[in-house]
Design a binder for this molecule. Structure first.
Ligand code: SF4
Length: 429
């Protein structure tokens, strides 16, 4: 079968409400937004994440990140529980004390996030006010921001969105005539470097990344800022940037050779780059990616894949796997369907692919078992029972931790799906 040729430009996504999607409400099986601290603390190198939470929150963070701690960690949990509501004033004082103690002990911290969680004692605390008060007190040495990573409000990748939205709200103002490109969503450093090189060669700039590796570097944003989302779970930070006058460039996400081309092309079009120059700059990397995907296609073509709603990467992944590897997505679940934010993706998804928003885990499990997909993408909690039922699974969180964006990672992304299938085949032999 032929690979669809890269499109000359992103298709017109049409009205965002056009594509039908089922909606489900029920029990959810997904990590909370605190989980995103695991990759954010590695990305923003002089930031610190102080979770205001319970022992459960501390346990989650430590067990999720435990294997990655080699030196002093850049996250911690201030445990606030077993307090009655009359003790709120004490809770504020306790928070001030913990923050002051932390900043004395860790003079390297330039950016401190107070991260809210679920316990009612924490919900009652006004963390935004506390962050403003503490920021004023510790100005200019450290900037203190707050956001919620509570499981009531966020799934694990939405924790990143909330964190970046807090950052975006305090970016310095850029003058309207200052044209720049902002790439939104945490990317592995290696991917960021590759994309920056491509933008340089294309003649697009200045280019900034949010979050940047250096917490002290906050790019300016204003009416001259154009931004490209690099991750699908950036709807809230995108809204904050639009409110500040920045213009969002419509594009699919940079997954696969086609997705990366269309994503780069959205920036090239906005910056008036000559199409021939675009072709010259991207041709070699695109050919490498397409060639590397060819080998993976032989393993994956015709394989049926079922996505449980988990990371918000499901729709872009299904698009890439269907169009570039000829897999068949039987159902694509997403925790929340941001139609406008995903319009370019929805336009490229095969027309008969069922999209489901929200979760009723029991019903989804039934549908998954009944459809017997070749591979199922799901959270850690569902993987074991599905494997026990003879289904091959892929942990969705692994797709967030692994560098998968851009041309050079296209085949690695495909291999994340072919490897478990290969393992299952070998086990059966
Ligand atoms: S779900 Fe709530 S209580 Fe549990 S770890 Fe996450 S924030 Fe803490």
């Amino acid at each position: 079968m032929n690979v669809p040729a890269p499109l000359a430009c992103a298709p017109d996504p049409g009205p965002p409400a056009a594509r039908p999607a089922g909606r489900e409400r029920g029990q959810r099986q997904v990590f909370c937004g605190l989980t995103s601290i695991i990759w954010l603390h590695r990305k923003i190198q002089d930031a610190f994440f102080l979770v205001i939470g319970s022992r459960t929150c501390a346990h989650l963070i430590q067990s999720a990140a435990g294997v990655m701690i080699f030196a002093e960690p850049r996250f911690a949990t201030a445990i606030i529980e077993d307090r009655d509501l009359a003790g709120l004033a004490d809770a504020q004082q306790e928070l001030d004390r913990v923050v002051t103690q932390l900043l004395e002990r860790r003079p390297d911290i330039r950016l401190l996030f107070l991260v809210g969680s679920c316990p009612s004692e924490v919900i009652k605390l006004d963390l935004a006010r506390a962050a403003a008060r503490l920021s004023q007190h510790h100005f200019p040495r450290v900037r203190i921001l707050s956001y919620s990573g509570s499981g009531i409000e966020t799934t694990f990748t939405e924790g990143e969105d909330a964190c970046l939205a807090a950052l975006a709200a305090c970016l310095p103002d850029a003058a309207a005539h200052e044209r720049s490109l902002l790439v939104v969503g945490a990317l592995a450093d290696v991917v960021e470097d590759q994309l920056r090189r491509l933008f340089d060669e294309l003649g697009i700039g200045p280019v900034n990344f949010l979050p940047s590796r250096d917490a002290g570097h906050l790019p300016a944003a204003g009416a001259g800022t154009m931004f490209l989302a690099a991750q699908p779970y950036t709807a809230e930070v995108s809204r904050v940037l639009r409110d500040r006058g920045a213009r969002q460039l419509a594009a699919p996400f940079p997954l696969g050779a086609e997705g990366t081309t269309l994503w780069l092309q959205a920036a090239a079009n906005a910056f008036g780059i000559d199409p021939l120059h675009f072709e010259r700059v991207t041709a070699a990397a695109r050919a490498r990616a397409t060639g590397a995907l060819q080998a993976q296609r032989e393993l994956l073509e015709g394989k049926r894949i079922f996505f449980f709603p988990d990371s918000h990467l499901e729709i872009p992944l299904a698009r890439m796997l269907a169009r570039e590897l000829h897999m068949i997505p039987t159902e694509v679940g997403t925790p929340l369907l941001h139609r406008q934010h995903l319009a370019a993706e929805l336009a490229l998804l095969p027309p008969h692919t069922a999209v489901t928003e929200g979760q009723h885990v029991e019903q989804q499990l039934e549908r998954c078992r009944a459809s017997r997909p070749d591979i199922t993408v799901c959270g850690l909690g569902l993987a074991n029972p599905l494997e026990a039922a003879g289904l091959t699974t892929k942990w969705s969180i692994e797709l967030v931790f692994t560098p998968i964006q851009g041309y050079e990672q296209a085949a690695d992304l495909a291999a994340l799906f072919s490897r478990p299938l290969d393992r299952r085949t070998r086990l059966r032999c």
